[in-house]
Design a protein around this ligand. Structure first.
Ligand SMILES: [Zn+2]
Ligand SMILES: [Zn+2]
Length: 350
């Protein structure tokens, strides 16, 4: 099999050829049909997240061992399964849930794999889908996509379930406008799912006019330039006195400042993006204004299944998807780093 592996942090991925692994136990081998390229692959390939104040969260310290094949938004066709991999059909087209925990702790057993302290996430801690084949440890991490196109279903494993998981934390989704900061691939996915879930109105904030235009076309009620001095006043005006919910898909110091400053009393700031940085919060204002600051990390196994069910009933999010050959992976990562990608790029091993 051919795969593109991260061998040295900060360096381009390297093409490796090796024999295709055979599944044992509960493992399922997929032939990869589509692998979405996610912004967090940039952080993964650099090997750290910026914690602000000059501090870094090293992925090596968190258990990432090199070389590893990146790619965590994958659809594949089942080509082989171990003797204990019950209920999988050879030839079925499956979306792989990459957010895999140890499978044995109390957190995993109650279905919150994404909060496990010993994660084995595909494309992060174990080999992912920038390859022609990939191994999934257990059929419980596979969701049948039916007749959905592979390249459109793949991003649901990360940008889809991440935004779905964040939107599910918004109690006022149907009754009040929701502010979405960031209109890249994640933002457009969030906007589409907000609509599919019956959200009242989406107010989308981005500093890039092309991305604001894309959000407007995709059905945003209002778009706001996050870089202008009065951005928070504009959000407060557009939300009739302040936002009940802000979903921050950027997660930078400035987006967090803007999100928290735009909340109404009782409002909730949900941070999803991993851009990096820090923010100073005046503590008395948190209780006095009854604010909630909540982190949201990907989604659970059951949230991904719910999401596929939602999409099969209401239609795929109309997020622009461009397909490129797997061999272009390093060029695509460079384009993403330069902010040149609108929507999602999905790699297809030829
Ligand atoms: Zn991702
Ligand atoms: Zn666990």
């Amino acid at each position: 099999m051919r795969s593109f592996k991260l061998c040295t942090c900060g360096a381009p991925l390297e093409l490796r050829e090796e024999s295709t692994p055979q599944p044992t136990g509960t493992e399922v081998l997929l032939k990869v049909l589509a692998a979405g390229v996610c912004h967090s692959d940039l952080h993964l390939s650099e090997g750290y997240f910026d914690l602000g104040g000059g501090k870094r969260l090293s992925l090596a310290d968190r258990g990432m061992k090199l070389p590893v094949t990146l790619g965590h938004e994958n659809v594949g066709v089942v080509v082989a399964a171990g003797p204990q991999a019950h209920g999988v059909k050879i030839g079925a087209r499956m979306l792989a849930n990459p957010w895999i925990g140890c499978g044995a702790c109390a957190v995993c057993l109650r279905g919150d794999d994404n909060l496990c302290r010993a994660m084995r996430s595909l494309g992060v801690f174990s080999n992912g889908g920038y390859a022609d084949h990939m191994m999934v440890p257990h059929p419980r991490y596979l969701v049948d996509i039916g007749d959905l196109p592979a390249e459109r279903a793949a991003p649901l494993a990360c940008s889809g379930v991440t935004t779905y998981g964040a939107l599910k934390k918004v109690a006022t989704l149907k009754s009040e406008p929701t502010v979405i900061i960031g209109a890249g691939g994640l933002g457009l996915m969030c906007l589409a799912l907000h609509g599919a879930m019956g959200g009242k109105a989406a107010i989308v904030v981005d500093i890039d006019p092309a991305k604001r235009e894309a959000a407007k076309k995709a059905g945003a009620h209002t778009v706001i330039d996050g870089a202008v001095a009065d951005a928070s006043q504009q959000i407060i005006a557009a939300t009739n006195g302040g936002a009940w919910a802000v979903i921050d898909l950027v997660g930078s110091s400035s987006s967090a400042r803007l999100g928290i400053d735009s909340l109404i009393k009782g409002g909730k700031y949900i941070i999803v993006g991993l851009y990096g940085g820090d923010v100073l919060v005046s503590l008395p204002l948190v209780p006095m204004r009854a604010l909630t600051i909540q982190g949201s990390y990907v989604g659970t196994v059951s949230e991904l299944a719910e999401l596929i069910d939602l999409v099969r009933r209401t239609g795929l999010p109309p997020v622009p998807v461009a397909t490129r050959p797997l061999a272009d992976v390093n060029a695509v990562l460079s384009e993403l780093r330069a902010g040149k990608v609108i929507g999602r790029v999905v790699l297809t091993p030829a």
